[in-house]
Write a protein that binds this ligand. Structure first.
Ligand SMILES: Cc1cc2nc3c(=O)[nH]c(=O)nc-3n(C[C@H](O)[C@H](O)[C@H](O)COP(=O)(O)O)c2cc1C
Length: 142
């Protein structure tokens, strides 16, 4: 049984929802997945780890970047995916820049990365299928 950990932070809940949808995509026969808030992670004894952060003021949260910086060594030889959740989709380069900020803290190029739409003040760009699909693709890397 392969085991995947999804680590997220959130202020208003959308990155938690996204993480649960990614989990649905990852899970399959022989592949288990758990979702944990970054503050709940006690060890990284998993085959692969996906880390997701919402974007606030053009940055991933400090809890997530701190987690990545602290765990660079443990994540070095593991399959790693990253994603950000934000409302920007007008200019392709800007979400990529948010993602880059997360990757800088990871200290290596992740095996999978993506940007998901979030929700803000009643406007939703959440896309359950896109999250499921990312999870499924990630599972193929195991
Ligand atoms: C105060 C504030 C600042 C934000 N700053 C940005 C931003 O700089 N770029 C962006 O694309 N989205 C920004 N957003 C949108 C959030 O990324 C979006 O609401 C996301 O779904 C929040 O995730 P969460 O519900 O997991 O906390 C901001 C939202 C708030 C409330």
């Amino acid at each position: 049984m392969k085991r995947v950990l999804i680590v997220y932070d959130t202020k208003h809940g959308s990155t938690k929802k996204v993480s649960e949808w990614v989990k649905q995509g990852v899970e399959a026969k022989g592949v288990g997945c758990v979702v944990k808030h970054v503050s709940e992670v006690t060890h990284l004894g998993y085959d692969a780890v996906i880390i997701g952060s919402p974007i606030y003021y053009e940055k991933p949260t400090k809890l997530v970047t701190g987690f990545l910086s602290r765990n660079q060594e443990s994540l070095k030889n593991r399959v790693v995916g990253v994603f950000v959740v934000c409302m920007t989709d007008f200019f392709e380069h800007l979400p990529q820049f948010f993602l880059k900020r997360l990757i800088n803290s990871l200290g290596k190029e992740p095996d999978a990365k993506t940007v998901f739409g979030g929700e803000l003040e009643g406007i939703s760009r959440l896309n359950e299928k896109a999250c499921n699909d990312f999870g499924k693709k990630f599972r193929e890397l195991l």
